[in-house]
Design a protein around this ligand. Structure first.
Ligand code: SUG
Length: 416
């Protein structure tokens, strides 16, 4: 088969909870202390994958990481006297947001014509900084074919790297050579800038990208201050289309001009702040959408229900659909459990352009496998988790057993 875009969604782990660990992520901090519903969360995620598969797209998945993380608890000398937030960090199911698992450069963009993936160090948030060694192991299993893939360790932790959430790729088609746009932040406001410029530059070098086809763009500090902790909360790109909020970038005019200089056919769909404010964009997660090319060539935007139900966002979308822009369909999905932690449809997936035959088939989904995954979730995932439950021995046993049951079902016990 030819090279296609494969979306690898993170299966929501059995310890999914609302601990409010991510400063600057307004949804996560607003829901701190709520009771979560891991079973419903994971089933919503599988339903989203089914939805996209039914569009005729190739779908993959990544597995939850080991939680509670004994390696992390050991490393901080946990003895019960540690801060509750550190305990919650060890229980976090945050690896579900696979847009932060790695940065991916398709083979068509790289010097050695292999697809390069660099695991993201996620150092800005303690609960996320523990993900990358296990993520790396999983990526090296899924993309073990070294004739087609190179999977790199994270860049040094002095440079914060959040992976694909701060990276966009544009081009005439997924399989063709494209341009890669790395979006970094500068700290200064109340919230941290998670993506550092030097991390982006290091990843671009490691992937062997042509410097003439790479852009490094600063995120608008105002967007970070408004809660856009990742660029994918205010912009998303697919092939020749960039769908962006007017206030996403520090220098929007310069950014659009630089894109057009490298890709003359670029179509930039800009949502003005007087139609959808930054606050509305961040609350609704309009831009945390999957902008997908359907098998017929048309583009569809898979948005969270929250965006569809937001009156001003809906009005803008209705106007867009009535016009003749490049995005021809808007498809709402229910990922409310993830959304309450600041993770929309785009956060839940890692895009990899590859020939599916070169990927370990255990990580690729089909409807029958989705049935099997759902059955394991229905049987083993906790119905609810309250913040006070974190640390309880019985829940720890249940969470560990649930993950192992899924690994066994998928013949991936080697990741245990
Ligand atoms: O890193 N939420 C994640 C959401 C990640 C969204 N990803 C993208 N935008 N691509 C984060 O802030 C909340 C967990 C908690 O607070 O317990 C959390 O980690």
């Amino acid at each position: 088969m030819a090279q296609v875009e494969i979306n690898f969604d993170g299966i929501v782990g059995p310890s999914h909870n609302y601990a409010g660990l991510s400063l600057g992520n307004l949804a996560a901090t607003a829901h701190a202390g709520d009771t979560s519903h891991p079973r419903a969360a994971a089933l919503q995620g599988v339903q989203k994958m089914r939805h996209n598969m039914a569009l005729g797209l190739v779908q993959g998945f990544l597995l939850p990481l080991p939680r509670p993380n004994a390696v992390f608890l050991d490393a901080i000398g946990a003895d019960g006297s540690e801060d509750r937030r550190l305990l919650a960090a060890a229980w976090s199911a945050s690896s579900m947001w696979t847009a932060n698992a790695a940065t991916v450069s398709p083979a068509a963009d790289t010097q050695d014509q292999r697809c390069h993936l660099t695991a993201a160090n996620l150092v800005t948030m303690p609960h996320r900084s523990q993900e990358w060694p296990d993520t790396l192991r999983q990526l090296r299993t899924a993309f073990a074919d070294t004739a087609h893939f190179a999977v790199h360790e994270a860049v040094p932790p002095c440079f914060g790297d959040e992976g694909a959430a701060n990276h966009m790729r544009m081009g005439p088609g997924h399989a063709a050579s494209g341009i890669e746009i790395f979006v970094y932040g500068k700290s200064g406001g109340a919230f941290p800038a998670r993506q550092h410029e030097q991390a982006s530059r290091a990843v671009a070098r490691i992937h062997g990208l042509d410097p003439a086809r790479v852009l490094f763009v600063e995120q608008n500090p105002e967007a970070i201050a408004a809660g856009a902790f990742h660029n994918d909360v205010v912009a998303v790109a697919n092939e020749r289309v960039l769908f962006t909020h007017e206030l996403a970038f520090a220098d929007p005019t310069g950014t659009y001009a630089a894109i057009r200089a490298l890709l003359p056919e670029a179509e930039i769909v800009i949502v003005p702040a007087d139609a959808v404010s930054l606050a509305d964009a961040i609350k609704s997660y309009l831009f945390n959408a999957q902008l997908l090319t359907l098998p017929g060539g048309e583009m569809a935007l898979v948005i969270p229900l929250e965006a569809w139900e937001h009156p001003r966002v809906r009005a803008w979308l209705d106007g867009m659909l009535a016009g003749n822009g490049p995005i021809r369909q808007v498809l709402p999905v229910d990922v409310r459990q993830s959304m309450a932690n600041g993770g929309g449809p785009a956060c839940l997936r890692l895009r990899v352009v590859a020939d599916p035959a070169t990927v370990d088939p255990r990580f690729l989904l089909d409807p029958a496998k989705a049935d099997r995954i759902e059955a394991v979730i229905a049987r083993h995932w906790p119905e609810s988790v309250a913040p006070a439950d974190l640390g309880k021995v019985d829940l720890a046993k249940a969470v560990i057993a649930a993950r192992l049951a899924l690994l066994a079902e998928l013949d991936l016990i080697e990741l245990a």
